[in-house]
Design a protein around this ligand. Structure first.
Ligand code: F6P
Length: 745
């Protein structure tokens, strides 16, 4: 390849040189000769004229005397002009009557006087070229003869040779200079083209006013066309992917092997998928209440690899090997869980402090103020570095595929990128992203953003969160943002910011394994001590102030006020897994929710049937699924939520195509599940009315709505979520490879 490049370079040099010399030989030198001759002849004519007029008067005096000696002497004296070779005088009979000594024998009067043609001016004699001028000598208007002046022209030949030499020299120098300039310009423009193409491949092009254009101006029209082409190809491919692929664990596996050449997947999250705890002296394992775990675990089982997470269980250390790894799921081990340890102080600063008292309220509009402490930030940086080191240690190549989860690890992508520049880092932000003003509250906003831009792909649930993120970066960092392709370029690192609405596994894990809805319903009603014809609503959340649990209870209360006939006929079961209980806000919420439930129950319990049953304890997913199947209605009333997978889990659980979902408009799920009864949870009457409507919705309408929602969750399942991110990452990788290949050419 190098040989080819130097050959190309030499050609660029030699071709202009050869062209210049050819031009010289065939056009320039003859032209120079011709011009020199013409100028010299003109000069000789003028000189001859001058000499003739000088000789005229003495000649007119001497001619009548016929003094041959004197006349010849006069003519001889004229030869003092060094270039004048000979002078002769012809009478009107064309006889050479007087002449100097060396008058050439080849020149005679008749030929000289007869021929008026210009060609006669120059005659080639054996001793060299001469210029012959005939000037009439008149007396009183009558010609009495002609002077013949013969000038030596050999100096012109010499001068012409000299001129030719200098012209050739000049042309050679010019040729070399032009060639060098050509090579230089070609090199520069090649570099420019390459930069341009590279910039295009990176998706760059829209230039901020304060930056230099990434693409040379002459390339701009081409850039536009190429980018449109690339975009439409991308869009077509994405469309084809989306419409033709049925997403399943198998599809995901194949995709990983084909598109990303089978690299090992490394997942990083704070929460671990399986927690080992000591209960009454025995080790038990349970699955946490976490949308993140619900979504990522099936992906991990499909892809295999290593999941790096905080080992937070009381028996976690007892269950790992010497590398802090344990194979999970416990019943059917499929991938490695690598546990990271932290002290109570580190957990307090990194998890409770910076992540959950700072970033969590910062990103959710739930009217809880974020708190930022330097000590928390220091722990956050330290723990991010610890997890990043673990990623590097777990990677078995220099380009692993790393799936980074959530706001606990905003710095990690940048940290991993520093050590593994070729890594494919897919970061997914599971919670909303606020507007630039809100995010600006964070004292370490720039560092967080820079860390996140270490990612290849940065995913959010909705386009709205992506837009907020792009605007935030635009506000606080100097980067190049291309809104059309949703990419950010910072210091040569390209990050694609896209929305990937998260989902759940399909088919659901318990499909065909659970008893029919009627049977489950009966069991649940019995366990709750409620009659079989009782109306049942359900809510499943972590005990978190973003989930709108008090608002939900207020809606139940209002409905009972508006429809007193339902008192004693309707009960709402709230499953609220304890969460982040070390924090004051969460403790206060727990107290508030409990107090509310007690107050409403005191007000509306009838026949021993309370309107609210609060279950503030952890439930395993299988148990939650049973409640979903038993209820007539599921309420999701988050005040602000990235997606809220509970909504999709409820839909997935209803293979009987019955049941109604009430869904807050402030969840990501509301952008997809349009057949839910979408409410504003802050609006008490609206939510209460939706609850009433749901409880009495005709079966056919329930079926219509549920069927449509189930089709969406089936098609847009979690394998598609992960698959789309991997596909996009593969595309970014391909672009990078192409850019590198072009750069090496
Ligand atoms: O889905 C958002 C999320 O914060 C996840 O990141 C997390 O796993 C889940 O909610 C539960 O929170 P935590 O892990 O703090 O209990």
């Amino acid at each position: 390849m190098r040989g080819f490049r130097s050959l190309k370079l030499s050609l660029r040099f030699v071709v202009p040189l050869v062209v210049a010399l050819g031009l010289l030989a065939y056009a320039v030198v003859p032209l120079v000769d011709k011009l020199t001759l013409r100028w010299s002849v003109r000069d000789m004519d003028a000189r001859s004229q001058l000499i003739s007029s000088t000789l005229k008067d003495p000649l007119l005096e001497l001619l009548p005397l016929g003094d041959r000696q004197k006349i010849n002497r006069l003519l001889q004296r004229a030869l003092q002009d060094e270039r004048l070779l000979a002078v002769g005088f012809c009478n009107n009979e064309k006889e050479l009557v007087y002449r100097t000594r060396a008058f050439p024998a080849d020149i005679n009067c008749s030929s000289a006087m007869d021929n008026t043609s210009k060609s006669l001016h120059v005659i080639n004699l054996p001793q060299g070229p001469v210029h012959v001028a005939i000037n009439a000598i008149n007396q009183d208007g009558t010609q009495i003869g002609s002077l013949v002046l013969v000038h030596d022209m050999s100096y012109i030949v010499r001068r012409s040779a000299d001129t030719r030499k200098y012209v050739i020299l000049l042309f050679i120098v010019l040729g070399v200079v032009v060639s060098m300039i050509t090579v230089f310009v070609a090199h520069l423009s090649w570099q420019g083209w390459m930069e341009g193409v590279r910039a295009m491949l990176r998706g760059e092009g829209i230039i901020k006013p304060f930056t230099q254009p990434a693409v040379a101006s002459e390339l701009q029209p081409l850039v536009g066309d190429l980018k449109t082409l690339l975009r439409s190809m991308d869009a077509e491919r994405r469309l084809a992917d989306d419409s033709t692929i049925t997403w399943s664990p198998d599809t995901l596996r194949r995709l990983l092997h084909k598109q990303l050449t089978g690299e090992k997947v490394i997942v990083v999250s704070n929460r671990e998928p399986y927690i080992h705890s000591k209960v009454d002296g025995t080790i038990q394992v349970h699955r946490p209440a976490s949308g993140l775990v619900t979504a990522v675990e099936p992906v991990m089982r499909a892809c295999s690899g290593t999941w790096i997470a905080h080992g937070s269980g009381t028996a976690d250390r007892e269950t790992v090997d010497e590398h802090d790894r344990v194979m999970v799921p416990p019943q059917k081990p499929e991938y490695n869980l690598r546990r990271i340890w932290m002290t109570k102080e580190e957990e307090k600063g990194y998890y409770y402090g910076f992540a959950n008292e700072g970033l969590w309220p910062l990103c959710h509009n739930a009217h809880v103020r974020p708190v930022f402490r330097t000590s928390d930030w220091e722990q956050y940086v330290k723990i991010n570095q610890r997890f990043a080191d673990a990623v590097v240690a777990e990677a078995d190549s220099d380009n692993p595929v790393v799936l980074v989860q959530d706001y606990h690890f905003a710095l990690l992508p940048g940290m991993v990128r520093n050590v593994l520049p070729k890594a494919t880092i897919i970061t997914f932000w599971h919670i909303p992203w606020p507007n630039p003003e809100s995010f600006g509250i964070c004292p370490w906003r720039e560092i967080l953003l820079k860390g996140m831009l270490g990612s290849t792909i940065l995913g959010f649930h909705t386009p709205y969160h992506c837009k907020n993120f792009l605007e935030t970066v635009d506000r606080y960092l100097e980067t190049r943002i291309e809104h059309e392709s949703s990419t950010i370029s910072r210091r040569g690192q390209l990050t694609m910011v896209e929305s990937y609405p998260i989902s759940i596994q399909w088919p659901p894990p318990w499909l065909g394994k659970t008893p029919p809805v009627e049977q489950v319903r009966e069991e649940i009603m019995v366990s709750l001590g409620l009659p079989l014809d009782h109306l049942l609503g359900v809510g499943v959340d972590r005990m978190d102030y973003t989930k709108g649990i008090p608002e939900r209870f207020t809606a139940v209360e209002r409905m009972l006020e508006l429809h007193p006939e339902l008192v004693g006929r309707f009960t709402f079961v709230q499953i609220a897994a304890p969460s982040r209980s070390a924090l004051e806000e969460y403790q206060a919420l727990e107290t508030r929710v409990r107090t509310m439930a007690e107050r409403i129950n005191a007000r509306f319990t009838s026949n021993g049937y309370p309107p609210i049953i609060l279950k503030s304890e952890h439930h395993e997913p299988e148990e939650v699924n049973r409640y979903f199947r038993a209820a007539q209605v599921c309420m999701v009333t988050s005040l602000h939520d990235g997606m809220n997978l509970v909504a999709k889990e409820f839909v997935a659980s209803r293979d009987d195509e019955r049941g109604v979902l009430i869904l807050s408009q402030f969840t990501g799920a509301a952008h997809e599940l349009h057949e839910a009864l979408v409410v504003n949870p802050y609006h008490v009457e609206q939510t209460a009315e939706a609850l009433y409507q749901a409880l009495f919705m005709p079966e056919y309408e329930q079926q219509e709505r549920m069927r449509s929602m189930r089709a969406l969750v089936r098609d847009f399942n979690v394998y598609r979520w992960a698959g789309r991110m991997l596909l996009d990452a593969a595309r970014v990788r391909q672009r990078e490879k192409l850019a590198t290949r072009i750069a090496n050419n």
